[in-house]
Design a protein around this ligand. Structure first.
Ligand SMILES: Nc1nc2c(ncn2[C@@H]2O[C@H](COP(=O)(O)OP(=O)(O)OP(=O)(O)O)[C@@H](O)[C@H]2O)c(=O)[nH]1
Ligand SMILES: [Mg+2]
Length: 195
């Protein structure tokens, strides 16, 4: 059964005001908003969320915050039935011109999801930077981070992860396979909540 990390000192951020703050970061146009919308739709049973997507890419301005409850159906997250976690998902822009806002965005975050397209050489090259900026500099433990690979054409050409990122979980996901994405998210939330 997952337990809240109540913090109380050290570098580990904690659950604030009953909500678990999780950041979604990574290169521009990697799929952060697509993943965030799909998760929001799944956990809120909001069918209209997908209808609102018109098939065109719209860059996120700064950050958008999505709130939902997850984990109440048991399953890979390891929760008991009825046990819920209030999540604040911070869908961040991949544009580095918002860098000045990152310290505020990172404050009290308990977990970080890095999203990139492994078919894109420049995005693959950026992953380690995002790891340095949001995990290393925040001194978050490696199990509080997951890397989601979203190959747009279904071809993951990436080889091994960078040396400094060994120990981080890399998972290939398809934005349109909701159950796979939500199972991955549930498992990650469970890891974030564990001691
Ligand atoms: N299926 C689906 N695809 C989406 C959705 N939103 C965006 N996309 C597509 O997913 C691809 C990546 O777009 P985004 O997820 O918006 O990219 P991002 O990583 O949020 O980019 P920035 O906000 O600029 O950092 C694009 O081809 C979009 O057209 C969505 O809600 N559902
Ligand atoms: Mg976005």
């Amino acid at each position: 059964m997952p337990k809240w990390n109540l913090g109380g000192g050290g570098d580990m951020p904690s659950k604030q005001d009953g909500r678990l703050k999780i950041l979604v970061v990574g290169p521009v146009k990697s799929g952060k908003t697509a993943i965030s919308n799909t998760l929001m739709q799944h956990y809120t049973n909001d069918e209209r969320a997908s209808e609102r997507f018109r098939g065109e890419y719209r860059p996120t301005s700064g950050v958008r915050i999505l709130e939902f409850e997850c984990g109440d159906e048991g399953g890979p997250g390891g929760w008991d039935k009825g046990e819920k976690t209030n999540v604040e998902l911070w869908d961040c822009s991949g544009d580095t011109r918002y860098e000045e806002c990152w310290p505020a965005i990172m404050k009290d975050a308990s977990g970080v999801i890095i999203v990139y397209n492994p078919e894109d050489v420049s995005q693959s090259g950026e992953v380690e930077n995002w790891y340095d900026w949001f995990i290393k500099s925040a001194r978050l433990p490696k199990d509080k981070c997951v890397v989601l690979q979203v190959p747009a054409g279904g071809h993951n050409n990436d080889t091994d992860p960078p040396r400094s990122m060994r120990g981080i979980k890399f998972v290939e996901v398809n934005v349109d396979i909701v159950e796979q994405l939500s199972d991955t998210f549930d498992s990650f939330v469970s890891a974030v909540l564990s001691d």
